[in-house]
Design a protein around this ligand. Structure first.
Ligand code: PLP
Length: 410
């Protein structure tokens, strides 16, 4: 039955989970599902991770919220940990990826006004990008259908195709109002699109030449998922601003906008804020997450296991004509199909695998927990390869009942 009291902003699959453990979710009928999506790159440590659970419970017995009108000791600790890992200088905490990006956009505009003396500052953003659903982040997002019906959009964004350095150079020649570039190191929502290896380095160079801020949206790629804590750390460079969220709280809402150099001095008292942002509860959870990722070497694990999973798919279905490409950067994994395969998410769910199909319905996207075991990864590759094979052969879900290893019942 339709849940009419909830606005229909999502097309939901008909399953409700009541419990999770590690890479597994359990529904209200007792079926178990291998979670290869992690709540869209959120539960990087899997479900019910003891360190996170303990931190949340312990903090709940002390204090949940005080507001940013007072010192929050574990917010300070989290900021120190994150700035040390990222080589940035300071942090603004919000509650989501969109809020982290809003902070970055506001920071760039204020940098334009106060440092560059530009009345109408503009930010270069990319085609097919995704930065959030608030008005400014939606306007920055490169997806016309997500924007449709919400016009007028926020002005001050100039768009370039992704992974096209010449397009950025051309904008540099023609637009004196540019103050920043906002880009995902790997585009997530549009289908795990991985740019040329030196794309970010070239953007860094152009930003330096033009006094632009280089701002990276690591809401999806951050927190170990790409194989480094932040994806830009593959490129031996530092951005001026980096945003993250999702995997930072492992399910407790938190977002962060980190800055360094001149960018770290732009947002001063009274210029920006958030009631909840970085409250004691979310910071306790995030500290446990960050410490676990670092202490358990999960960045390295993401790289090794992500490559192994992608190689497994290449081995099993890489040569099939219905598979265009298998690609990954750590545990951002995509099987791109030659034809749209939107129904695959439903079929996979029937066989007990949770994933998502994005990139115009052609990209099977997997964002498994970084803590996934070798045998779970093998199960994922074997089961999903078979599902994709069967799907491509145009068989339907009743045929799937015979496939091996697709255990559903707990
Ligand atoms: C790269 C990127 N930026 C921003 C967002 C928005 O994050 P949130 O939904 O937490 O606002 C997302 C969400 O998918 C994302 O992938």
């Amino acid at each position: 039955m339709a849940v009419e009291s909830i606005m229909t902003t999502y097309n939901r699959l008909s399953v409700a989970f009541e419990r999770g453990e590690g890479s597994w979710l359990y529904d209200t009928d007792g079926n178990k599902y291998l979670d290869a999506l992690s709540g869209i790159a959120v539960c990087g440590l899997g479900h019910s991770h003891p360190a996170v659970t303990h931190a949340i419970c312990e903090q709940a017995t002390k204090v949940l919220h005080t507001s940013n009108l007072y010192t929050i000791p574990n917010q300070q600790q989290l900021a120190e940990r994150l700035t040390q890992i990222s080589e940035m200088e300071n942090v603004f905490f919000g509650n989501s990826g969109a809020e982290a990006n809003e902070a970055a956009i506001k920071l760039a505009r204020r940098y334009g006004h106060t440092v560059r003396n530009i009345d109408n500052p503009a930010i270069i953003v990319m085609e097919e990008s995704f930065h959030g659903r608030t008005m400014a982040t939606l306007s920055a997002t490169g997806n016309r259908s997500a924007q449709a019906g919400f016009e007028p959009l926020v002005s001050g964004f100039v768009r370039a195709p992704y992974d096209d350095i010449d397009a950025i150079k051309k904008i540099a020649e023609n637009n004196p109002n540019i103050v920043a570039v906002l880009v995902e190191p790997i585009q997530g929502e549009s289908g795990i699109r991985i740019p040329a290896p030196d794309y970010l380095n070239q953007i860094r160079e152009i930003c330096d030449q033009n006094d632009w801020l280089m701002m990276l949206d690591e809401v999806q790629s951050g927190n170990g998922r790409s194989g480094k804590y932040f994806a830009y750390q593959h490129n031996n460079l530092l951005p001026d601003v980096v945003t993250t969220a999702k995997g930072l709280g492992n399910g407790v809402p938190i977002g962060a906008c980190l800055a360094r150099g001149i960018a770290a001095k732009i947002l001063t008292a009274g210029t920006h804020g958030s009631t909840y942002g970085g409250n004691p509860l979310s910071c306790a959870a995030a500290l446990a997450v960050v410490n676990t990722i670092m202490d358990e070497n999960l960045c390295q694990r993401a790289e090794t296991l992500g490559n192994r999973i992608a190689d497994g798919f290449r081995e099993q279905i890489g040569d099939a004509d219905y598979v265009k490409e298998v690609r990954n950067k750590g545990m951002l994994i995509a099987v791109e199909l030659s034809e749209a395969g939107t129904e695959l998410a439903v079929l996979a769910k029937v066989k007990g695998i949770l994933l998502n199909v994005t990139g115009g319905g052609k990209v099977v996207r997997m964002l498994p927990p970084l803590t996934m075991t070798d045998s779970e990864a093998e199960l994922l590759v074997n089961t999903l390869s078979q599902i994709i094979r069967i799907y491509a052969a145009d068989e339907r879900s009743d045929t799937l009942e015979d496939s091996p290893k697709g255990e559903r019942r707990a």
